[in-house]
Design a protein around this ligand. Structure first.
Ligand SMILES: C[S@@+](CC[C@H](N)C(=O)[O-])C[C@H]1O[C@@H](n2cnc3c(N)ncnc32)[C@H](O)[C@@H]1O
Length: 290
């Protein structure tokens, strides 16, 4: 697989992880799929990849997520990158949701690990996973099919999704913002605000910015081009600037954090936030996506 050999990841982390990885299984998966044809099933002709995305290596993989190797290796490696336990970390984010959403959009869904858990937590909700990588979407689709879940997958840029205003009541992004320049993260949050109905929630799970600021070795180890900029910023402040209220960040163990915000109800609104939390969505439009 096309990983650069001079990266810190390849020199130090990879040798440590290697005994725990099923490299033969990954190789077989890599060669058993026609990645270009499968990618074509997802590729949107409208996509114009942002340069931060197409010009960088991620995790030491050349061309980052535009290389099928990223999709093949993502899940086997990520299980060791989310201490104390990947499922527990993702579940902590889902537990922070206070509404009973009917339409959920998971931005930068990758291989769909959080997307699948969202659908399992809210089986009656319409769930869409959105990502810029057709290869990650292919792996996500396989995962949802294996779990017998009906999830839609969309190849698009989280900054400009193309969905109508106010068409979701929950928008999530897990492990996306440490890989986007802060200007992009802010613009994604503005898109979240546009996409949410009043009273809807945004939920961002990612690296713990406080921890990353003091444990600089963590930002040096991972081959993440924007991790230091992410660590220097504040998801709370970015959310506030996008217009969200009731913003709260909680630590998820010490390596991750989950930040939740709410799109305010219009002044004088007769629909209360508690009604939304109790699933009383009377008066809310319910567009369906096909
Ligand atoms: C570290 S992975 C996280 C995947 C998944 N959410 C998870 O929790 O495992 C980051 C993902 O964000 C996607 N991504 C990066 N920038 C994006 C953008 N502007 N729009 C949509 N997806 C993006 C990448 O393709 C990649 O799949």
């Amino acid at each position: 697989m096309a990983a650069r050999k001079d990266t810190i990841f390849e020199r130090f982390i990879s040798p440590l992880l290697r005994p725990f990885l099923d490299e033969e299984g990954m190789r077989q998966f890599r060669h058993s799929v026609d990645w270009e044809s499968e990618g074509d099933r997802f590729r949107s002709p409208q996509i114009d990849y942002p340069s931060y995305y197409s010009s960088q290596n991620f995790h030491g993989i050349e061309r980052g997520y535009l290389n099928p190797d990223a999709a093949v290796t993502y899940d086997p490696i990520t299980q060791y990158a989310l201490p104390p336990n990947e499922t527990w970390v993702r579940q902590s984010a889902i537990d922070a949701i206070s509404c009973k959403p009917r339409r959920i959009l998971d931005l930068g869904c990758g291989t769909g690990s959080t997307t699948v858990m969202l659908k399992q937590a809210f089986p009656n909700a319409e769930v869409i996973g959105l990502d810029l990588s057709p290869y990650m979407l292919f792996v996500a689709e396989r995962k949802a099919q294996a779990a017998g879940l009906n999830i839609q997958w969309c190849h698009a840029n989280a900054e400009r999704t193309g969905f109508p205003d106010a068409s979701f009541d929950l928008v999530t992004a897990s492990l996306l913002f440490h890989e986007t320049p802060p200007g992009t993260s802010k613009s994604i949050l503005r898109e979240c605000f546009r996409l949410l109905q009043a009273g809807g929630e945004v939920l961002i799970l990612d690296g713990n910015q406080k921890t990353l600021r003091v444990a600089q070795w963590l930002t040096d180890i991972f081959e993440e081009p924007y991790l230091k900029d992410y660590a220097a910023g504040s998801v709370d402040a970015w959310m506030g600037a996008a217009g969200f209220e009731e913003i709260k960040t909680e630590d998820v163990w010490w390596v991750n954090q989950v930040t939740r915000g709410v799109k305010p109800l219009p002044v004088g609104s007769t629909v209360s936030r508690s009604a939304i939390e109790e699933d009383n969505m009377t008066g809310f439009a319910a567009p369906a996506f096909s």
